[in-house]
Ligand binder design. Structure first.
Ligand code: URA
Length: 240
């Protein structure tokens, strides 16, 4: 990669700021000052800016605990978006949410600039499960559990893929759902078939990666490479 590109990406600077820093002699490659913005540096090069080590990061992957009232989009005319919440920390990235939660839902939204990865984890063929904690307005029933396992037929006649449904940890109206599909308002519509309303819906995991509950509403952080890998490393969906 070109040195100015690496410095711009890793230090979250514009390309022109990066070039200015290189011209000033603020950038060292493998211990020696390098003033050539077009120098090619490989992955193993030790690059510093004002003495601080830099590492090129091709893409970012951000875990956000989406609060209620925020929309899952990059930009919106009237509502605050999930990208608005994190943009200040990655001002030069073209970020978007990989998958959506309803405005009233909370929990794990993955925000990234890696289109291929997002496409991969959302593709129905990849079967990356999404886990939700649900609070219903009525107790969970055996009929609902059996119906979800068989594949619910929605009011519009479409039949959903089988989904794992089991009791939640917060009493008879709480449930845990694991979906491998992403149909609009899917969980609300599936429970609606049984006359049950959804009072709260929170995504707690994507694939094998759990939401970090210490973030709190609106909290976010970059994922480590190991955590990104966990998203696609998951057990077969199930509610024990
Ligand atoms: N299903 C829903 O109904 N809403 C969500 O936000 C996610 C899944």
């Amino acid at each position: 990669m070109r040195l100015d590109k690496l410095v711009a990406q890793a230090a979250q600077q514009s390309r022109s700021n990066a070039r200015a820093a290189i011209r000033r002699g603020a950038v060292c490659v493998n211990g020696a000052v390098c003033r050539a913005a077009d120098a090619q540096v490989d992955d193993t090069a030790a690059v510093t800016l004002n003495g601080t080590p830099l590492r090129a990061q091709e893409f970012v992957y951000i875990m956000l605990d989406k609060p209620r009232g925020v929309v899952s989009a990059s930009a919106d005319k009237s509502d605050v978006t999930v990208v608005d919440l994190v943009r200040g920390s990655w001002p030069r990235r073209s970020l978007f949410p990989a998958g959506r939660l309803d405005k009233s839902s909370t929990g794990f939204v993955l925000i990234t600039d890696d289109g291929a990865f997002a496409h991969d984890i959302l593709a129905p063929k990849r079967h990356v499960p999404k886990t939700y904690a649900v609070l219903l307005d009525t107790p969970l029933t055996a009929e609902m559990i059996a119906g979800f396992a068989a594949g619910v037929r929605l009011a519009d006649g479409s039949v959903m893929q089988p989904a794992a449904l089991g009791p939640g940890a917060e009493g008879p109206c709480s449930a845990r759902v694991v979906l491998q599909q992403g149909v609009y308002h899917q969980i609300k519509r599936m429970f609606g078939v049984y006359g049950a309303g959804v009072n709260e819906l929170r995504r707690t995991a994507i694939g094998g990666l759990q939401l970090d509950e210490t973030l709190g509403p609106g909290g976010f952080r970059a994922l480590s490479p190991g955590e990104v890998a966990q998203i696609t490393q998951h057990q077969a969906a199930g509610c024990e």
